[in-house]
Write a protein that binds this ligand. Structure first.
Ligand SMILES: Nc1ncnc2c1ncn2[C@@H]1O[C@H](COP(=O)(O)OP(=O)(O)OP(=O)(O)O)[C@@H](O)[C@H]1O
Ligand SMILES: [Mg+2]
Length: 250
């Protein structure tokens, strides 16, 4: 059985069709990159799968179960999570607190007042383990807003994996980073995918990174599936070169 099945999903915004009858199947364990020009529908696809946006038609199945109409928090409980294209951390909370929030939520302890967080020893230990994975444990008491842009991106990755997802979408996790920082983040995604058995889907604009990292590439154009396949095959695909890579080199 596939981990995720998207079945002819469509989303209109007024007269504009952002996602147009798109179907996709994702097996567990395969690191997928979603690419495509600006406005191709990549973020909308993530929004549709994770529940931020409701489709006009079509269906989404997680491990065979229809989740098309489920609320976001129910999808998180079923093993879906995501990071956002625009930075989505709590700048005034510490690094540790940013991770503690989703960890407490997963443990059903969202109602805990801030001043009681210190008593949540198991959740704190779990959060520290995540910080060790992403290399931020030394700055756990630093307000997140003070971190470098690169470390903030790492923290976002930590927040995305904190609910313990089976399937995790990362929307341009390396945007705004130098190529060295980008390699760090993406290598970490690969490592975490193996260690936690989390299946990642990454939206990424850097073609070198995509071809080096992904097991499978999905190419969107104007809300439709233009092509999908292993990197070597996508690299040679004529339609992809014209629509996307051609644009990149232009
Ligand atoms: N809430 C919305 N209301 C109106 N139009 C929207 C909305 N969300 C997305 N769109 C439009 O849908 C199209 C697809 O947007 P989307 O954000 O999915 O593209 P994308 O592939 O993620 O692009 P980018 O690479 O720039 O992030 C765009 O033209 C966008 O303007
Ligand atoms: Mg986007």
């Amino acid at each position: 059985m596939s981990l995720l099945t998207v079945q002819s999903i469509t989303k209109h915004f007024g007269d504009f069709t952002a996602v147009d009858g798109l179907s996709l199947t994702l097996p567990a364990g395969r690191l997928t990159a979603v690419i495509g020009p600006n406005g191709a529908g990549k973020t909308t696809l993530i929004n549709l799968v994770t529940g931020a946006v409701a489709p006009d038609s079509g269906a989404v199945y997680l491990k065979g179960e229809a989740i098309t109409r489920l609320a976001v928090h129910h999808r998180i409980r079923k093993g879906l999570s995501r990071s956002f294209q625009i930075m989505n951390i709590f700048a005034r909370l510490t690094v540790l607190q940013n991770i503690l929030l989703p960890v407490l939520a997963r443990r059903g302890r969202t109602a805990q007042a801030f001043h009681r967080w210190g008593r949540e020893t198991e959740a704190i230990a779990e959060s520290r383990a995540i910080l060790r994975e992403i290399g931020l444990v030394e700055v756990e008491n630093t307000p997140a807003g003070v971190l470098s842009h690169g470390d903030q991106r790492l923290l976002e990755l930590g927040i995305a994996i904190a609910p313990g997802p089976e399937l995790c979408f990362l929307d341009e996790p390396s945007s705004g980073l130098t190529s060295v920082e980008r390699s760090t983040v993406l290598a970490l995604v690969r490592k975490i995918s193996v260690e936690r058995r989390t299946t990642f889907v990454i939206v990424e604009h850097d073609m070198d990174a995509v071809f080096a990292l992904a097991d499978w590439i999905v190419v969107l154009d104007r809300g439709r599936l233009l092509a999908e396949g292993p990197p070597a095959q996508i690299r040679e695909n004529r339609a992809v070169r014209e629509v996307y890579l051609g644009e990149e080199t232009a």
